[in-house]
Design a protein around this ligand. Sequence first.
Ligand SMILES: *[C@@H]1O[C@H](CO)[C@@H](O)[C@H](O)[C@H]1NC(C)=O
Ligand SMILES: *[C@@H]1O[C@H](CO)[C@@H](O)[C@H](O)[C@H]1NC(C)=O
Ligand SMILES: *[C@@H]1O[C@H](CO)[C@@H](O)[C@H](O)[C@H]1NC(C)=O
Ligand SMILES: *[C@@H]1O[C@H](CO)[C@@H](O)[C@H](O)[C@H]1NC(C)=O
Ligand SMILES: *[C@@H]1O[C@H](CO)[C@@H](O)[C@H](O)[C@H]1NC(C)=O
Length: 396
Amino acid sequence: MALLRSKLKLMVTVMMINLFIFLIFRQNSQYKNEQDKVHIPSKPFWTKLAPSSAYWNHQQQILDFQNNPILMANYSETDIPDWLINANLSSDPCKPNVRVTTQVKDYNSLPDRFKDFLLYMHCRSYPIKLDQPDICKKPPFLLLAVKSQVSHFDRRQAIRQSWGHAGVIANQTVVTVFLLGNATAWDHHPDLSKSLYDESMRHRDIIQWDYRDSFFNLTVKEVLFLEWIQTRCPGARFIFKGDDDVFVNTYRILDFLKGLSEPKAKDLFVGDVIVDAGPHRDKKVKYFIPESMYIGKYPPYAGGGGYLYSGDLAARLQQVSQHVALYPIDDVYTGMCLRKLGLAPEKNKGFRTFDIEVKYRSNPCAYKSLMLVHPRTPQEMIKIWAWLSNPSLNCH
Ligand SMILES: *[C@@H]1O[C@H](CO)[C@@H](O)[C@H](O)[C@H]1NC(C)=O
Ligand SMILES: *[C@@H]1O[C@H](CO)[C@@H](O)[C@H](O)[C@H]1NC(C)=O
Ligand SMILES: *[C@@H]1O[C@H](CO)[C@@H](O)[C@H](O)[C@H]1NC(C)=O
Ligand SMILES: *[C@@H]1O[C@H](CO)[C@@H](O)[C@H](O)[C@H]1NC(C)=O
Ligand SMILES: *[C@@H]1O[C@H](CO)[C@@H](O)[C@H](O)[C@H]1NC(C)=O
């Protein structure tokens, strides 16, 4: 009896184990089947494209649509949604686009600089007044491009006598150009065009386009310069672009560039990088942007005081910029172009757009390992350059 009971017990146990194994396998195979099965979503998992309420974002939607060959191929002329057509723009993008006055909901209450920007936002080509067609006949290793204004004669001269001294530095060819717009009578600027012309004849380093040089038009300067590089200086290996109130340690920059590996050099874009920023909503700030103009964060961007990039990347930036709507803040715009290329600027501690500590400012050795310091007056530029050029400067 006891034997039978124990036999029965064994049988039940074996059956239980079998059942258990069966269940596990069944579950597993079910799981496997599910993995193999192709899931077809019952409804679209993307959201329907709707027009953005902010003007820049909306213009970018239009550009993205127009430049997307898959979407464009699928839509026939008639079923493109109205809001994706930039009606009547193509005729002449450089005529003031009066439709913005109703498309931007608070247009009438915006400060004048926004009205000016919006009216001409689609214009990207302006005549060149002063050019240096042969300046890169011998392609330079480094092109220094300085954003300047007509009246800043002293800053340009200080740069020529210091860090922008063109020619051969540390065995590398350096070419310097100054990028200018027009100082218009409209903005009550005195007419300095004769003096500028003389300066241009003497130094042959002035590039000037005929558009109103204003803060919000710096992006125009950027796209015109990118185009200029492709026509006049496509062979430049590297390009520095910055303001005329910065000190640049050209020696350190050349040293840094010579040490780069080939792949690193190709995609180079370094500066004082700002991440996780967004538009300022305080009307009193210089960088204020209303919500009717732009919504969203900014991509990582290098502060416009000065950044360094490769000639190879300059060509790609020029291409992609045609697919990015102009934005009133030039360094943010360049960040937008980089993002479209799938790139991000790289932060380098040698770029001090917010200056160095006061106690180091008059110490020559503090500048030795830096690439850029902002701001500096013309006198300071000449002084610091003399320090760095002195062969007996000994820093540890
Ligand atoms: C693109 O066109 C194909 C064929 O005409 C169509 O089946 C498909 O739904 C279209 N896709 C979109 C996103 O319109
Ligand atoms: C576009 O221009 C045509 C004439 O050139 C005009 O009739 C039409 O109203 C304009 N459309 C818009 C949306 O302004
Ligand atoms: C400059 O180049 C010459 C010849 O290539 C070389 O002899 C010299 O050492 C170089 N000077 C510097 C500072 O690199
Ligand atoms: C540029 O400036 C010159 C001299 O002040 C002036 O005659 C010309 O009209 C200006 N151009 C524009 C587009 O404002
Ligand atoms: C930019 O320049 C154009 C051409 O001179 C001018 O019409 C426009 O008002 C300027 N925009 C700003 C924001 O100053």
